[in-house]
Design a protein around this ligand. Sequence first.
Ligand code: GH3
Ligand code: MG
Ligand code: MG
Ligand code: MG
Ligand code: MG
Length: 302
Amino acid sequence: MKILLVEDSPTLRHATSTYIRNAGHDPILAKSGEEALQIVDTTPVDMIIMDVEMPGLDGFETTRLIREWLGEHWVPIIFVTGLSEDANLREGIDVGGDDYLVKPVNQVILSAKIRAMERILNMRNELNRLNEELVQLSQRDSLTGLFNRRTFEEKSTEVWRHATRSQQPVTVILMDIDYFKLYNDEYGHQAGDRCIRMVANALHRCLNRPNDIVARYGGEEFIALLPNTPIEGAQHLTELIRETVEEMHIKHRGSKMSDRVTVSLGSTTTNFTTAIDLNRLISQADRALYEAKNDGRNRATV
Ligand code: GH3
Ligand code: MG
Ligand code: MG
Ligand code: MG
Ligand code: MG
């Protein structure tokens, strides 16, 4: 770990940095609170060992400022000080310190305290990682890996707001697998799930811009919100998706109009010349999808 040592006494700075190095860590030295702030501002450090009595900013004030500066990002701070009153310790903890040692502090104690703090730091990092994983899991549909409907609703509202402000054309695409009930009847539910996954992958491959929001909307229905996509783009993309699925040649003996799995798509584009809200755009896309179904399926209606 990179450990920032803030200590105004040259002798103690030298001794303590040797302890830190002997404990297997990399000391970064600061002679004052001001210097410590500069370092924290420019260099990531894993832990801070902080003297209290220093000319200029003292260790308590420096700690207060570091906590303010780092916000949510937690870096453990251990005070090592000559101030031995209970009230001093209390103040140290209150300003944001995590541990408080009274000088003189020997190598065994210091390295044990560093190890204890390192353990908490590791647990915290692991928790953060698990938390990120949970956020990912809660946003995704487990079968296809696409966003789930709830996430679509959250993210689409943001994208919509941005698009309205910048007056860029927005396209909504709805897609539904043709005769999918018959697919399940013919091949079983598990094969049905595999089919949904393959179709979802194809959709995802066709819509690969970073701001596109692609989600599983219902059982075998999908929705996409595409910012900055005019009607020509919508025509091109829906046709590309339709063709990509058809060209996968997923056998479908039960289908009433093809020997393979096909999809129908409906899309709408708004250029914000008339006021419109996202829900209306989605129901227009739904109407277009219904038309595509009525007109014989395996087609895209814009
Ligand atoms: P259409 O061409 O009109 O869309 O006909 P369809 O049979 O596909 O009709 P619809 O879209 O209404 O049918 C959806 C069917 O998809 C119903 C259900 O059995 C099946 N389904 C929905 N969710 C899942 C799923 O998660 N896994 C599987 N295997 N099947 C699903
Ligand atoms: Mg001092
Ligand atoms: Mg249907
Ligand atoms: Mg269907
Ligand atoms: Mg359906």
